[in-house]
Design a protein around this ligand. Structure first.
Ligand SMILES: [Fe+2]
Length: 310
């Protein structure tokens, strides 16, 4: 755990504006002008932000690049934005992705009522995500990394925009059920006993229950991802032993990305594998543990990132 953990996750900026930290980006709520809510998107170098995943609410009116170098991608085409350029969101039916070539700042104007509800819900959710990461001994980037790579895999598969919204949060909260697991089991350095392992496995079903009765009502939509993220393609997973297409593609994506992250991260009970070793494990698990289509898409993503995992 970094020593600046609480500081880096403070819910207000030094100037007193509410903020959410989403890993690749910080979103700072500046206030309302002219009936619209203004938020500053602070995009970090070499990271991306996929906007308009909830376009069905016609949430965002426009984006304006204030500072830094940003490439914008829409329908597979990328181009550099100019400082001061205003992008009218209504012109874009599909999601836009912003890539930070440097640290950059983008001003978003949005429907105030809808956006502010979502913003404060995100703050609640983020606090909970921090708690989960702290519990599980992961670094604070774990949830964001799973989410970001899951989105990249989504882009390579033929899936709906609605599924992106669900996948995004499902990936972020897939392990929420670990809150219900006793800490001595969760962080046990040695092997779990059969009984402890049965308890550990309930983080899937317990997590699904938690999101179904969550105060952020729409979080119930992600319950199936939380529930299915340890199912295996060959039917030997848990909790239900679903197989093949019985497992939702969103859950299959989280399963691959999460497994890869677990393999390449030092944990209390094991040392990390090298990236090449983890890639071999994924290949070996194609069609048994993992959905082959998802593994292929994920390996393509890794290849575009020169097999760096960060
Ligand atoms: Fe899990």
């Amino acid at each position: 755990m970094p020593t600046n953990f609480s500081q880096s996750y403070a819910n207000y900026t030094e100037e007193g504006y509410p903020v959410v930290h989403l890993g690749s980006v910080d979103i700072i709520l500046l206030g309302r002008w002219g009936g619209l809510s203004n938020a500053l998107l602070s995009l970090h170098e070499n990271h991306f932000f996929m906007a308009q995943y909830n376009m069905q609410h016609a949430l965002v009116e426009s984006y304006m690049l204030l500072d830094g170098s940003v490439e914008m991608e829409h329908d597979g085409k990328r181009r550099l934005m100019e400082i001061g350029e205003v992008v009218d969101a209504s012109q874009y039916g599909r999601a836009i992705t912003f890539y930070g070539k440097t640290d950059a700042e983008i001003l978003m104007k949005m429907n105030a009522v809808t956006y502010e509800v979502i913003f404060f819900e995100m703050q609640i959710l983020q606090k909970e995500a921090e708690e989960i990461e702290a519990l599980d001994g992961y670094t604070y980037h774990h949830c964001s990394r799973i989410k970001d790579y899951s989105i990249e895999v989504w882009k390579r598969l033929d899936m709906s925009k609605e599924s992106l919204r669900i996948l995004r949060w499902g990936a972020y909260f897939h392990d929420i059920g670990k809150c219900a697991i006793p800490l001595d089991i969760l962080n046990k350095p040695g092997q779990l006993t059969a009984e402890e392992w049965e308890i550990m496995k309930t983080h899937t079903t317990e997590g699904a229950k938690m999101v179904r009765r969550h105060s952020v009502e729409w979080l119930k939509d992600i319950a199936f991802i939380v529930e299915q993220h340890h199912e295996r393609y060959d039917g030997k997973g848990y909790p239900y032993g679903l197989k093949g297409d019985e497992i939702a593609l969103e859950a299959a994506i989280v399963s691959v990305v999460d497994a890869f992250d677990a393999m390449t991260t030092d944990r209390v009970y094991k040392k990390a594998l090298l990236i090449e070793e983890a890639v071999e494990e994924l290949q070996a698990g194609k069609g048994t543990q993992f959905n082959p289509e998802v593994v292929d898409a994920f390996l393509e993503v890794l290849e575009t990132k020169q097999f760096k995992w960060e």
